[in-house]
Design a protein around this ligand. Structure first.
Ligand SMILES: N[C@@H](CCC[C@H](N)C(=O)O)C(=O)O
Length: 316
């Protein structure tokens, strides 16, 4: 193992957890190998070795999402404070070594990390899907990111056909294909988290991979299950329970921000909810989403810093 060590910090957004590395401070030669080694849920970074746990600094009491071994990805970040607002260049390398063009929860974590460094509350985040405005709330416990305009355009999802893929059978699930920075397949199911036969009864690890790898998705797709538990026709916004099997993680995560926006965009397209605002409830918490008729969607939710330490730059 290399003697070189790179400083990192661990954060999560509704349980979607990331190692954060300041790309200006330390060069990691093989980012894919770094992510594969340190994100592994069995053998990767272990918070206990860095004093992390329910009583450690920076972790709110009872934060059920903090302290897990491994991570859902590594965010390599470069801060450019000469811009106003401060700009952060974000690159997400996933546990399988792939690079994702966008990550909604990751971008929310970036805003919190940049706030912790600069004290600022507004940022521009450069992602491979475009430059997005982000902000943190007054006590920096929540962050909002502009998410671009969801698209069903087959060339941009992408799907290997000329027509949008809306509410059609793909490898055993009835899905709608939408790009929210990365490609998503959304399948609506009956029954929310409170229903013993509802969304949590589905074996996602079994049903998602055939869709994730289906020929109709030439770049693959993240696969979401969603259950509308309130259609928003009453007083409050719509409420949708959600689970996501992520490309690049190749498993279910506790939350997926681009997935939450995809679910709301698909629900609107199918006429399943009223209005353009919704609360998504992935296993890791709650996210607020807006998908207007035109223009940027937004994603808001809690963010938390867990711990910091150093890791071998070259883990081989
Ligand atoms: N968890 C992310 C999505 C990350 C990218 C995705 N796994 C892909 O490869 O498309 C989010 O919060 O959006």
């Amino acid at each position: 193992m290399s003697a070189h060590a790179v400083p990192f910090e661990k954060y999560h957004g509704t349980g979607n957890d990331f190692l954060v590395v300041d790309a200006d401070a330390e060069a990691v030669g093989d980012r894919a190998a770094f992510a594969r080694a340190h994100c592994d849920r069995e053998t990767g970074v272990d918070g206990a070795a860095f004093g992390a746990g329910p009583e450690s600094d920076g972790v709110a009491d009872g934060d059920r999402n903090a302290g897990r071994r491994g991570a859902d990805g590594v965010l390599f970040l470069s801060v450019e404070e000469r811009f106003d607002p401060t700009r952060v260049v974000m690159t997400l390398v996933q546990p399988d070594g792939s690079t994702a063009t966008m990550c909604g929860n990751g971008a929310r974590v970036v805003a919190r990390w940049a706030h912790d460094r600069t004290g600022d509350r507004e940022f521009m985040i450069d992602t491979q899907a475009g430059t997005r405005h982000a902000s943190v709330n007054a006590d920096a416990t929540a962050a909002t990111i502009e998410m671009g305009e969801p698209t069903f355009d087959p060339a941009r999802v992408p799907v290997a056909r000329d027509e949008p893929l809306v509410d059609e059978s793909v490898a055993g699930l009835t899905v709608t294909a939408v790009n929210t920075g990365v490609p998503h397949a959304v399948a609506f199911v009956d029954g929310g988290r409170d229903d013993p036969d509802g969304i949590d009864a589905v074996d996602l690890d079994a049903v998602a991979p055939p869709v994730r790898h289906a020929d109709v998705f030439p770049q693959g797709a993240n696969v979401n299950l969603a259950a509308v538990v309130d259609d928003g026709s009453g007083d409050g916004p719509a409420v949708i329970d959600q689970r996501t099997f992520e490309r690049g993680v190749e498993g279910e995560t506790r939350s997926c921000g681009t997935g939450a926006v995809a679910v709301v965009a698909a629900a609107r397209r199918l006429g399943l909810i009223d209005g353009g605002s919704a609360v998504s409830r992935p296993p890791g918490g709650e996210l607020e989403i807006s998908v207007p008729d035109r223009g940027h969607a937004t994603l808001t939710g809690p963010v938390a810093r867990e711990y910091e330490g150093t890791l071998p730059t070259d883990p081989r």
